[in-house]
Each structure stands twice: as C-alpha cells, then as structure tokens.
Write a protein that binds this ligand. Structure first.
Ligand SMILES: [Zn+2]
Ligand SMILES: [Zn+2]
Length: 80
C-alpha cells in the first residue's frame, strides 16, 4: 500500500477550468519535471521538500489551452 498521484500514474485525469476564460486547462505534468530528470521516486521526495507540499499531495502544472493562463494545483494522492 502506497500513496500515488492519480495523474502521474495515469489512473484518471482531473480537469481544471481556466479562471480567466473558462476554457479547459491542460495538465502539463508534475512540477518535478521542470527541475531535472532524476528517477520519479527521487523526484517525488525532492518535490515534497522543495514545494513544501505534504506527501499526500502532488503539485501539477496546468495551463489553459486558449489563453495560456497557468496555475499549479496540489493533487491529492491516493492509496493504491
Ligand atoms: Zn502527480
Ligand atoms: Zn484561459
């Protein structure tokens, strides 16, 4: 039993709506992808430290497909 991010593991998608133009936003992936390409597990731990997000959350970068507005969302990890 471990905590996994449903988005990173392709379990399902979480849709967000742009606050500016109300168009659907696209998941650009976890913020860890923007740092470096270590192993996912190592990155997981680094992210938790760097972003100050607890281990029950995975920080994802979303960007609006229309206006480009972007925002980060803390996605709840689930027991898998
Ligand atoms: Zn994730
Ligand atoms: Zn937008």
């Amino acid at each position: 039993m471990k905590l996994v991010c449903p988005l990173c593991n392709g379990l399902y998608k979480i849709h967000k709506t742009c606050k500016v133009c109300l168009e659907p936003m696209e998941d650009k992936g976890p913020l860890v992808d923007y740092y470096d390409d270590y192993s996912p597990y190592l990155l997981d731990e680094i992210t938790n430290e760097v972003d100050g997000v607890d281990k029950f959350k995975c920080l994802h970068h979303y960007q609006c497909t229309k206006c480009g507005f972007d925002e980060n969302y803390a996605i709840d990890r689930e027991i898998f």
